[in-house]
Design a protein around this ligand. Sequence first.
Ligand code: F6P
Length: 507
Amino acid sequence: MQDTGEWQALIAHREELDGVHLRGLFAADPSRGERLTAEADGLLLDYSKNRLTDETVALLAALADAAGLRGWIEAMLDGEPVNSTENRPAWHAALRRPDPVPEVREELDHMAAFAAQARGGRWQSVVNIGIGGSDLGPAMAAAALDSYAHTDLDVRFLSNVDGAHFRSVTKDLDPARTLFIVVSKTFTTVETLTNARTARAWVADAVGPERAGSHFAAVTANPEKAQDFGVDADSIFAMWDWVGGRYSLGSAVGLSLMIAVGPDAFAEMLAGMHHVDEHFRTAPWAENLPALLGLIGIWNRNFWGWPTYAVLPYAQELSLFPAYVQQLDMESSGKSVRADGTPAGTATGPVVWGQPGTNGQHAFHQLLHQGADIVPVDFIGFCRLNHNRLGHHDLLMANLFAQAEALAFGAPRTDDPHRSFEGNRPSTVILVDQLTPRSLGQLVALYEHKVFTQAAIWGINPFDQWGVELGKTLATAIAAELTGTATPDPSRDSSTQSLINRYVVNR
Ligand code: F6P
């Protein structure tokens, strides 16, 4: 894209904005704060506190057209093989259509029947065993929708191969009353299978090996392996190769969430996702929330050169949302070659990080306000609360508004550089009516399509993740040495080898 006139026009335009301050932009244009917004179905995107103008938005829209974004959206939403390196669709949108294809409908019905049973009293606790996309989505959403959750059922998430995680998740659970859902698209992920085997032994110790299998369900695209593990065929839920792990919350990967909140709330979440899918397909760029978020991401990353951005939900229930978006964005956009294998030629995926406000204010906001690097921020807040402590909520939201205001406008002082705030630090505010299953689904789809928008412009494939493979291969080889089934690799570097040696001596 960098050779196109559209990209070059944005470079020139960015240079024109050198020295322009958000204070000046707002002072010159009293309607800016209302105009530079977009709204869809209870979601407001206020992007006025970014370092941009109406002209920027027009130039970014032209860039989107030049990249063929509209065609890419159609191709993704219609199930074409947009995941080109694996030659398959990335058709998460098909999971949330009101008229899903029969295989999706069948699996949703299967989930609803299983969830109804699981909510019926046999189980006290449900533990989702999975990692990455087989953990972060349902874990994030179960925390987000805690106020909708079944009060007598404890739904937990076990991901890390660290035995300390198994211990902490199970330490106060009754194995006789615990259901495990093993979620693994491949059913080969070593962390998940290790935890699943440990869980099976833990249950078998309590109820006997012959009854242990009934404590397990599985979600996978590899049902034979799940059956080999000992899961009943009826308790195995399908995934399809056309659903990527980090895009899979709307599939049976969300089974633990459905058990927590019930099938109706799950359906509302899917409806929220679908709403954003259709909005993304049809809305003009200047009114298109995910496209705008992605185009602003491009503007900040490629034209201002800022290497990270922070996702700061002012909602404790969204405490896992930054981690969720981190996988979604960084596993999708952490690429240095285009889909055709040629060098990307531009900066691509930024580092994504964050924590819920107001906690972050007492941790890292110092750097956001006065640090040497600019960190664009996405603030997420809700107008209505899911509890009855309005005083708390007013204070929470006052802080969100104040942070965005302080970052943008600052408070410069010539007499004391330590207490001086230069301002001009960009942020976007996503203000949502209320945190509900529907709006959570909207937020998830908003970020999915933000990531897609950026990838279309960079020309990268956001749906593969080859970069995680090398570490897995090396770990497998080292693990074999640690268990004595292989001898050390003589070609290994001296640092890694002496660390392994020291570990073996001291473990
Ligand atoms: O980390 C790589 C990865 O493949 C993720 O993309 C995926 O979400 C995760 O591992 C888990 O994979 P699986 O569902 O196959 O166990």
